[in-house]
Design a protein around this ligand. Structure first.
Ligand SMILES: CC(C)(COP(=O)(O)OP(=O)(O)OC[C@H]1O[C@@H](n2cnc3c(N)ncnc32)[C@H](O)[C@@H]1OP(=O)(O)O)[C@@H](O)C(=O)NCCC(=O)NCCS
Length: 273
């Protein structure tokens, strides 16, 4: 039971309350819900809510999504935490929002916490979405996730015509590493990925999926993308960068040697699971 004294003590400390927030993406747009309660009644908000006693942030976001959207969750990936301010009875207090990338399946059926839903481009709503923590989440999403996914698919086809990539996997990959991109105006014409990992011996990273649109090859873009990936690696304390390339990929092999990669005599094994 909370005594008067304990209550006063808890008032004196502005400790953070935990919340969990979902970023659900479709065709480059984020799912927003129209609030049916104060604060921010009638404003667009991200799905989520307070973490209940005894729940982990993951438990809370799974419960909130089932309650607010009535859908199943097929994937959940932590993004990061965002501090902010929430309101109750005209008082503000600090919160820490645990943001998750969430993949859902099924038709959305809203409960009475919200009156409508919509899919919006992060850039269009990042300044107006309810709560300062959500504004920062949307700023992050705009910075990291904004890309034309159909254009990514077109590029990847030029590397592997049989590859089938899911939008959710694209965002997961962004969270796991760094993607260097090249544009002609608004059109994505090249990209390359680097994924860091800590081994017992060193911080190492692997470069994957370097591609330049075939109409733009031979103009120095591949080299520019590769140097950008290596810049990121150095800035992030990576000590060794590795990559593999089929021997039939003449241009790629020449490019890697040109920037200083050395062929390493090792047996490269793959096991499909
Ligand atoms: C590999 C790839 C990304 C290179 O991109 P690019 O923009 O054409 O390359 P660049 O113009 O920056 O060339 C950089 C260097 O690569 C080498 N290179 C590029 N094209 C080459 C070619 N057709 N033949 C031989 N070497 C070539 C050259 O050393 C070149 O330097 P140089 O112009 O000073 O001679 C591009 O060819 C590509 O997307 N290929 C298909 C996908 C692929 O194989 N990806 C690699 C997966 S491991």
């Amino acid at each position: 039971m909370i005594t008067e004294n304990m209550n006063c003590e808890s008032c004196a400390f502005r400790n953070l309350k935990g919340t969990a927030t979902a970023v659900i993406m479709r065709d480059g747009k984020t799912l927003l819900l129209k609030r049916n309660q104060e604060p921010f009644l009638g404003d667009w908000d991200l799905p989520g809510g307070y973490i209940n006693e005894g729940e982990t942030p993951e438990d809370a976001i799974c419960r909130e999504i089932k309650e607010e959207l009535g859908v199943s969750i097929v994937g959940i990936t932590p993004i990061k935490t965002f501090p902010g301010i929430a309101y109750w009875n005209n008082k503000d207090f600090p919160i820490i929002s645990h943001a998750f990338l969430v993949e859902i399946s099924g038709d959305i059926r809203l409960d009475n916490e919200n009156t409508a839903y919509c899919w919006e481009e992060p850039r269009a709503v990042k300044k107006t979405v309810a709560f300062d923590s959500n504004k920062n989440i949307m700023e992050f999403v705009d910075d990291k996730f904004s890309i034309s996914f159909p254009e990514v698919k077109e590029l990847v086809k030029q590397l592997d015509s049989s590859a089938r990539i899911q939008e959710y996997n694209y965002y997961q990959a962004v969270l796991d590493g760094y993607v260097a991109k090249e544009y002609d105006g608004n059109k994505l014409i090249g990209m390359g990925w680097i994924f860091p990992r800590r081994t017992l011996l060193r911080k190492q990273a692997v470069i994957e999926d370097m591609i330049v649109d075939e109409k733009y090859r031979g103009q120095g873009l591949g080299k520019k993308i590769l140097l950008d990936l290596l810049r990121w690696a150095k800035e992030n304390g990576v000590e060794m960068v590795e990559l593999t390339s089929g021997s039939h990929r003449m241009a790629a092999n020449e490019l890697y040697k040109k920037v200083g990669f050395q062929l390493h005599p090792t047996n490269h094994y793959l096991l499909k699971l």
